[in-house]
Design a protein around this ligand. Structure first.
Ligand SMILES: Nc1ncnc2c1ncn2[C@@H]1O[C@H](COP(=O)(O)OP(=O)(O)OP(=O)(O)O)[C@@H](O)[C@H]1O
Ligand SMILES: O=P(O)(O)OC[C@H]1O[C@H](OP(=O)(O)OP(=O)(O)O)[C@H](O)[C@@H]1O
Ligand SMILES: [Mg+2]
Length: 406
């Protein structure tokens, strides 16, 4: 069951080769439909063999690393499962609503991004199609990127924390029987029961990450079986000794008398935006579109953790009020407070009577901040939700450029 790691030099070629040779990865009806839609793509590669309808092909014995010549940028979104609706909700919150004519149609558009096609696919197929060059961008769980991306260097995480789909990939064993006193990976590895003849049987859908993790943890005698769901039943059914599956609330494990163990978490996951490096580097418009999506995501995700707070303060000058505000640890805002004079007319004279301050405050620190505002003489505190925070430049954009060597 273990999958040998790919040699870095041959990763792209091998990934494309295995994709092309596996009919289960490319249902023929779907492939044919794409080829019919884009006849120019196959016509571009006149010689020798074409591995997929897209970019990694072998021309006259050499790897052709160019991207296929389509004009649209393609974004893959989950077509089903728990990620599907959350992904559409997130994009909507970023003013990037996906217009889908009907739910059975797999292609859609985002009117704000004119050069973009949205393709609805199963999460694992999004990763496979990023590798084969049939998609340029995708939103899926980090677990799916890790399992099906197999550390391929062509995959680049553009945004690693989209704030939904939180779960962890974790090893779990029964609470009872020979496992009763086993509470860590080390103890599991040291159990005398596992031999070449009678290995530890692990049920998992993660057949790349599973063997790798067990090997890294010194478990030599392990076999894997796989199933598409309800893995938690496998130990009670006598099919497996342990399971390696996603855990979120932990309810499913508890209900099935299973427990996680120390050191047994393979990875923490949440939804991510992932891209094909080749597409970003070579496809016209791909980097610009990615920049716009990233900016909108960052602006929204930064804002949802914050409130805008306004308050009135008496004081002798804006500077003096600012000093009082900044003396409090929770009131420094994103870049310091905005302090504005509020003018009143008294005895025919216009002068600042008090000052209005505006600051952004993390939602978690709201009550503490209100207490600190009151302590320094703030009154009339108004709290409103924030919709977007656009920074001068997002840190993730700089990171992306540096990953691309730009
Ligand atoms: N219990 C969970 N809580 C939160 N997120 C989860 C949970 N289980 C899975 N996920 C995340 O959602 C993604 C999709 O999971 P989902 O179960 O919807 O689809 P799937 O497992 O690919 O399909 P299916 O379960 O129908 O075979 C996972 O890759 C993971 O990132
Ligand atoms: O820790 P919990 O909150 O209980 O969630 C964990 C369960 O969620 C997922 O299953 P899913 O609901 O996707 O069903 P599936 O087995 O059909 O994939 C995962 O495979 C676990 O079984
Ligand atoms: Mg599932």
């Amino acid at each position: 069951m273990s999958v040998a790691p790919l040699q870095p030099n041959f990763q792209q070629c091998a990934a494309a080769a295995s994709l092309a040779s596996s009919t289960s990865l490319f249902p023929s009806s779907f492939s044919f439909r794409l080829i019919t839609l884009r006849p120019s793509i196959s016509a571009l590669r006149p010689v020798v063999c074409c591995l997929s309808q897209s970019q990694v092909s072998v021309v006259n014995g050499k790897i052709d690393n160019r991207v296929s010549e389509r004009n649209e940028i393609r974004l893959g979104l989950p077509s089903k499962g728990r990620m599907a609706s959350d992904t559409l909700d997130l994009l909507k919150d970023c003013q990037l609503s996906v217009k889908q004519v009907n739910p059975r149609q797999y292609v859609a558009e985002i009117p704000q991004l004119s050069n973009l096609e949205v393709w609805f696919q199963r999460p694992k197929d999004i990763v496979r199609k990023l590798l084969s060059g049939d998609l340029d961008l995708g939103i899926v769980g980090f677990d799916t990127v890790s399992e099906y991306g197999k550390e391929n260097e062509d995959l680049i995480l553009v945004h690693d924390a989209l704030d939904y789909g939180d779960c962890r990939l974790s090893l779990a064993i029964p609470k009872y029987g020979i496992f009763e006193n086993i509470n860590s990976m080390r103890e599991l590895a040291q159990m005398p029961q596992w031999t070449a003849e009678k290995p530890l049987r692990v049920a998992t859908g993660f057949t790349y990450l599973g063997p790798k993790f067990m090997k890294e943890n010194g478990l030599e005698h392990v076999t894997f079986s796989t199933a598409d769901g309800a893995l938690e039943a496998a130990p009670a059914m006598g099919i497996a000794d342990a399971i390696l599956d996603l855990v979120s609330s932990g309810t499913t494990l508890r209900e099935n008398n299973l427990k996680e163990i120390e050191g047994g978490v393979v990875l923490e996951s949440q939804a991510v935006l992932v891209a094909s490096r080749k597409s970003l580097m070579q496809r016209k418009g791909a980097l610009d579109t990615t920049h716009e999506i990233l900016e909108r995501l960052e602006a929204h995700l930064r804002a949802i953790g914050q409130f805008t707070v306004t308050a009135n303060m008496r004081g002798s000058s804006a500077d003096e009020v600012a000093e009082r505000v900044l003396s409090q640890p929770s009131l420094s805002g994103l870049q310091g407070p905005t302090v504005s004079p509020v003018f009143c007319k008294r005895d025919g004279k216009v002068s600042p009577d008090y000052y209005a301050i505006v600051i952004c405050i993390p939602k978690k620190a709201l009550y503490k901040s209100v207490q600190q505002l009151r302590a320094i003489g703030g009154s009339g505190v108004l709290v409103s939700p924030l919709t977007y925070i656009f920074d001068e430049e997002t840190p993730r954009w700089r990171q992306l450029l540096s990953k691309l060597g730009l």
